[in-house]
Design a protein around this ligand. Structure first.
Ligand code: NAP
Length: 242
């Protein structure tokens, strides 16, 4: 579970632990991970907190090695870590912002998936779940590069699903709508008037909670979705119906 220290990643890690999984959780800050690991252990499961920057390929490599040393194999990978969708109109876009978003949201996801898929292939299969966004399908104001990264992730999900089906690896994605997390709330903090405008376009009339993503995660991680691969499931309060 990347980005397991807070928000959607933490809710999912605790949901998976409640469902009986042992979990390695990653983010850049070990102390935050250790707190979540204690909560997972409190649910009676094993937890391995590992600090790694998912935008850096050397750190991805050592993350996978560490997890395999501890658990022997990896059955499920959740590519959840994502950068804050910094506000930048395309006319102001700088290379540094492009690189930081793309390195984490796309390049890191692809190379971590590749490294983990090699392990899964050796052990007879597995499931990979990518966290995309409604922004993959409808661009929101000033988060152009974030939207591009998530749209590419939806396509990467299909490509990996198609190529790795023969190894019994299923690859799917979840596209959350707006969810109350540090990342989600940062958009409304940067542009306060945007929240009211945004909510008008959510038929359910509210922002989602990280716990509301967990059911779809468990579905994709379990045999309940045994004939599903290459799919992206929207969990968005109906946002994309408007
Ligand atoms: N919240 C929303 O409205 C929303 C909507 C659609 C999609 N999403 C997607 O959902 C995913 C989770 O976001 P969230 O809303 O739960 O955000 P969040 O609460 O800000 O959590 C982000 C997590 O990712 C970790 N992280 C950030 N940069 C990292 C890096 N370079 N390497 C490893 N870990 C890193 C963070 O820990 P550290 O900072 O300590 O590393 C944290 O654990 C993201 O992919 C996001 O794009 C969110």
């Amino acid at each position: 579970m990347t980005g397991g220290s807070r928000g959607i990643g933490k809710a999912t890690a605790l949901g998976f632990a409640s469902a009986g999984a042992d979990i390695a959780i990653d983010s850049r800050k070990l102390p935050d991970l250790e707190q979540v690991a204690d909560e997972i252990k409190g649910l009676g499961r094993k937890a391995l907190p590992v600090s790694a920057h998912i935008g850096r390929l050397d750190e991805i490599k050592s993350l996978v090695q560490t997890v395999c040393q501890e658990f022997g194999k990896i059955d499920i990978l959740v590519n959840n870590a994502g950068t804050s969708p910094a506000m930048s109109p395309m006319l102001e876009l700088e290379e540094r912002l492009w690189d930081s978003i793309m390195n984490l949201n796309l390049k890191g996801v692809i190379f971590l998936s590749q490294a983990v898929a090699r392990v899964m292939k050796e052990h007879g299969g597995g499931k990979i779940i990518n966290v995309a966004s409604v922004a993959a399908f409808r661009h929101e104001t000033h988060v152009g590069v974030y939207s591009i990264s998530k749209a590419a992730l939806v396509m990467a999900t299909r490509i990996m699903a198609q190529e790795w089906a023969e190894y019994n690896i299923r690859v799917n994605a979840i596209a959350p709508g707006h969810i109350h997390t540090r990342l989600g709330d940062s958009i409304f903090e940067a542009v306060p008037e945007y929240e009211e405008e945004f909510l008008k376009r959510v038929p359910m009339g509210r922002i989602g909670d990280p716990d509301e993503i967990v059911g779809a995660m468990i579905y994709l991680a379990s045999d309940a979705s045994s004939y599903v691969t290459g799919e992206t499931i929207l969990v968005d309060g109906g946002t994309l119906t408007t």
